[in-house]
Design a protein around this ligand. Structure first.
Ligand code: SF4
Length: 289
């Protein structure tokens, strides 16, 4: 047996649908901890509303937010996986089927950048990227629907032999520029180094790291802590209502590069959409997130 088009297509639909209806346990725990820490009554109320919305969406199988975003999938193919599928087109077919069948319906967010026409389909949609996982006997798919609020404020800059201080200042400035327009408290993902395109991908992948995991690189672990404190000190607070919680976590990935150093910053809004599952050759699905 091998992983088929139908297996990939079904999982692509499920991952998207799950992402719309459930806020991760790690995110709910972080929101609850933030509520307990907050000194502002308004901030506490806002965080409580978020937790309540998450609970209601889960209980009633509704969406946490009507901004269902655009479909973004990360595919990691195990080098020992047995598959016979056109993965990209199976994901596209899965998303097309989802659009026709999902209840409640999702809004038309896929936008043609040349005509501004909106719909469900478009060139290169869904956005799918591929990586290999050495020795693994599965295909792992991560779905992270990208919403307007959290997507709009991503930014990137290229520096030449920057100091850590320069990098950190840029990341903080980007957070200040975003203010509360990305529906905070957010997860910030940062990429440092590599090339222009690789850096952007690292920053997006950094948002997918579960909350509460310390960076293995001590320099970055310290930077993450300082930035979390600094962004929360801006006082934008939950949904911009003021308070101590603008960010739930700052996650930084890095790669070696040339003397020029790209720095990319991405955000995930408080819903922190990310679902992940593995497909095995016999069609078994292991849901991880
Ligand atoms: S950024 Fe998130 S919370 Fe804000 S509107 Fe979009 S999906 Fe909803």
């Amino acid at each position: 047996m091998s992983i088929s088009d139908a297996d990939v297509s079904r999982l692509a639909q499920d991952l998207y649908s799950w992402a719309l209806r459930k806020v991760h346990d790690d995110t709910k725990a972080a929101l609850a901890a933030a509520r307990d820490r907050e000194e502002s009554e308004t901030a506490r109320r806002t965080l409580n509303m978020m937790l309540q919305s998450a609970r209601m969406a889960e209980d009633q199988s509704r969406y946490v937010c009507s901004d269902s975003g655009v479909p973004v999938y990360f595919v990691r193919i195990g080098t020992k996986a047995d598959w016979d599928a056109d993965i990209r087109s199976a994901i596209r077919d899965g998303f097309n089927h989802l659009v026709e069948t999902i209840d409640p319906p999702i809004l038309k967010h896929v936008t043609n950048p040349l005509t501004l026409e909106r719909g469900y389909h478009g060139k290169d949609m869904p956005i799918v990227t591929f990586d290999l996982v050495g020795g693994a006997d599965y295909i792992e798919i991560v779905c992270s629907p990208k919403a307007l609020g959290s997507g709009r404020w991503a930014a990137m800059e290229l520096f030449t032999f920057p100091t850590l201080e320069t990098i950190e200042t840029y990341i903080l400035d980007t957070a200040i520029k975003a203010g509360s327009q990305h529906c905070p408290p957010v997860i910030m993902g940062v990429g440092i180094g590599g090339t222009f395109d690789y850096c952007a991908k690292m920053s997006k992948e950094a948002t997918l790291r579960p909350l509460g995991h310390k960076n293995e690189e001590p320099i970055l672990a310290a930077m993450e802590e300082r930035l979390t404190e600094a962004v929360n000190a801006t006082g934008f607070g939950p949904m911009g209502t003021g308070g101590m919680t603008t960010v739930l976590g700052v996650h930084i990935n890095y790669a070696a590069g040339h003397g020029f150093t790209p720095v990319a910053v991405s955000f995930n809004c408080w819903i922190n959409r990310r679902t992940r599952a593995r497909l095995y050759s016999d069609g078994t699905v292991e849901r991880l997130e």
